[in-house]
Unconditional design. Sequence first.
Length: 131
Amino acid sequence: MRGQVNRRTMRKRNCGKCGKAFEPKRKHQRFCSRACRLWARTIRRNGQRGIERSERQQAAWRAAIDGTAGVTCPVCGTMFAPTRNTKRYCSERCWRRASRAANRQRHRSIAERVDREFKRELCKLAKQASQ
């Protein structure tokens, strides 16, 4: 079969990521597992940014597996294990609360800006009227 390895002639290799010794199943196999292979692909595609992201993701996965939550929800303060490395809130309810609070803040700042501009215009008109 094409790409298969004759087990008698092939020696053990060390994994390109974790360094663990393994018996390759293919001639050109460089990694011991799918996880190590995907880690290398992430680095190849994203460079240093990919390393940092994959390390964060691995830490979150480890926390989920160990049962030790890795992230604190900024809304309610509960600890939770994120299902992906970009997850910030423990539930959709907390996400909605944060989203609504951000929208309220945004609308307040817009209203304050409009009020300041309106007051400026009123002052200008009052000065012009008094002259």
